[in-house]
Design a protein. Structure first.
Length: 491
């Protein structure tokens, strides 16, 4: 057999690894810069993938060539200079990597860059220009990414997560690598059936924990198991960016054109048929309503999602509206309840508290410095309860309220995120987190849970944000739109 680059079967396959992964809200005033990205190269990048460790069948007869990978906590749009530096380095490393048979591209699919649109398609096109038409490109994506015609056309293999929360993220990356190796060894470039579905919903309405997403995504495994099919994927799309590519999409790949076309239409129709069934993954309300219900409940710990400023969806992380509301709620500040609020980013406040030390009282203006739209900086006089100078995190206490303040934007998804600060979420009455749907550890811990519909760059009320560049008609922006004709294109 001859590989795509002309290697004989006795020579190892050579596959590059690269990617830029971030989810970017174009409605957030935050700007993502190089400082927000964790960049790995060489041996450190190869070590990122446990499925490429010693003894793996994916390393038998394969030389994996780690180039560069950059990943950031979701945020606002990436600056032009940051993108050009990261992409430019990857392109230079590709040019000096020698002959490659394939490239494994590990990215999110919802990156926005100031002054550009559909930047993942542009990024992949740049890789294609360097490696040439015969090298196979395989991408692993988040199901909250977007798949334009240009992106689907340039990639040879493309897949995404099938779970939200993303408990299968590493399984998906392994599948993308495994499919790439398999097609390089035999089969070559598959065909792809691609179709977009004019629906754009937040992840909090499309969690695979519940129907209809649960039953729709169960169909993906059924389709993938069919003869003539290599892979099947459904993308929800990314709701907090204002680009034409932002909508749901389906890609089924394989060698039987009739089967993959029919199954792509089947999945797309199933998604559309359920478009008005999608509901929030938890009961919702205003923050005031959620706090009132949580205080009255006997369920402990009671979790509340501060969803409008969720940093893992692209929120700025310093929207202070919720903190201001909590400080003006006597049931929180003037009672015996223990409430944890995680978290709000404010480097200057964090530095002040670290310098003052545990036990000191500080008077500070917290948050509202990146995203001041909902509420500006909030005055807070509080005791410094805990400091983590190395992590750049502090805990400020007033009454029974404990407020986590960070130097950098940081999600709070794990119990250890709290316990390393001396906080015990299991023993708290209320835990209020800047998050959307609860990640697995918090979900398992919560005795009850409400999703607060709060303001911010990832406001769950999409119609209030002001989308102007998405394709129309689209649900839910056009609730009475006619049923679309969903005809997959063969690529």
């Amino acid at each position: 057999m001859t590989s795509s680059s002309g290697n004989t079967a006795s020579e190892p396959l050579r596959i590059g690894i690269a990617g830029i992964a971030i989810e970017s809200s174009t409605f957030s005033p935050h700007r993502s810069t190089l400082d927000d990205f964790r960049v790995t190269r060489g041996a450190d990048l190869l070590a990122r993938y446990a499925f490429l460790g010693p003894g793996s069948e994916l390393t038998d007869g394969v030389e994996w060539v780690p180039l560069q990978h950059a990943v950031a906590v979701p945020g606002g749009p990436v600056t032009k200079e940051t993108y050009e530096q990261l992409a430019g380095e990857i392109y230079e490393l590709l040019r000096s990597a020698g002959s490659l048979d394939g490239v494994f591209i590990d990215f999110h699919g919802a990156m926005s860059v100031l002054g550009r649109t559909d930047v993942e398609a542009e990024f992949v096109a740049g890789i294609r220009d360097i490696v040439g038409p015969s090298v196979l490109l395989s991408a692993s994506m988040d199901l909250h990414g977007n798949v334009s015609h240009e992106l689907a056309s340039t990639l040879d293999l493309i897949t995404c997560y099938r779970k939200a929360p993303h408990t299968d993220a590493w399984d998906t990356r392994e599948r993308a690598a495994r499919n790439l190796v398999a097609r390089l060894r035999s089969g070559g470039r598959p065909r792809k059936a691609w179709v977009q579905v004019p629906v754009l919903l937040p992840g909090e309405k499309t969690s695979t924990r519940i129907d209809p997403a649960k039953r729709i995504y169960a169909m993906v495994d059924e389709v993938e198991a069919m003869d003539g099919v290599l892979d099947a994927a459904i993308w929800v799309g990314y709701a907090w960016a204002d680009e034409a590519r932002c909508q749901a999409a389906v890609v089924v790949s394989g060698d039987d054109e009739d089967v993959i076309t029919a199954q792509a239409k089947r999945l797309a129709d199933a998604y559309w048929d359920a478009h008005d069934e999608f509901e929030f993954v938890a009961p919702t309300g205003t923050l005031e309503e959620c706090v009132e219900r949580a205080v009255a409940s006997t369920a402990r710990p009671f979790f509340i999602s501060d969803s409008g400023d969720n940093p893992t969806a692209g929120g700025a992380g310093d929207t202070s509206w919720t903190l201001d509301t909590l400080l003006r709620t006597p049931a929180i500040t003037e009672s015996d309840l223990t409430t944890i609020y995680a978290a709000i980013v404010d480097p200057s406040v964090t530095a002040t508290a670290i310098e003052a030390g545990v036990g000191a009282t500080v008077s500070v203006e917290v948050g509202g410095k990146i995203d001041s739209g909902p509420c500006g900086p909030v005055a807070l006089t509080a005791e410094v309860v805990a400091v983590d100078p190395a992590g750049g995190v502090v805990v400020l206490g007033t009454g029974g309220l404990r407020v986590i303040v960070t130097t950098r934007r940081k999600p709070y998804h794990l119990e250890s995120d709290f316990t390393q600060l001396g906080l015990s979420p299991r023993d708290a009455d209320l835990v209020i987190v800047k998050i959307g749907y609860l990640e697995p550890e918090l979900y398992a811990m919560a005795a009850d849970w409400l999703l607060a519909l709060t303001p911010g760059g990832v406001n769950q009320d999409l119609l209030r944000l002001g989308h102007h560049h998405i394709d129309r008609p689209m649900f839910p922006f056009d609730p009475d739109m006619p049923t679309p004709t969903l005809t997959p294109q063969l690529l």
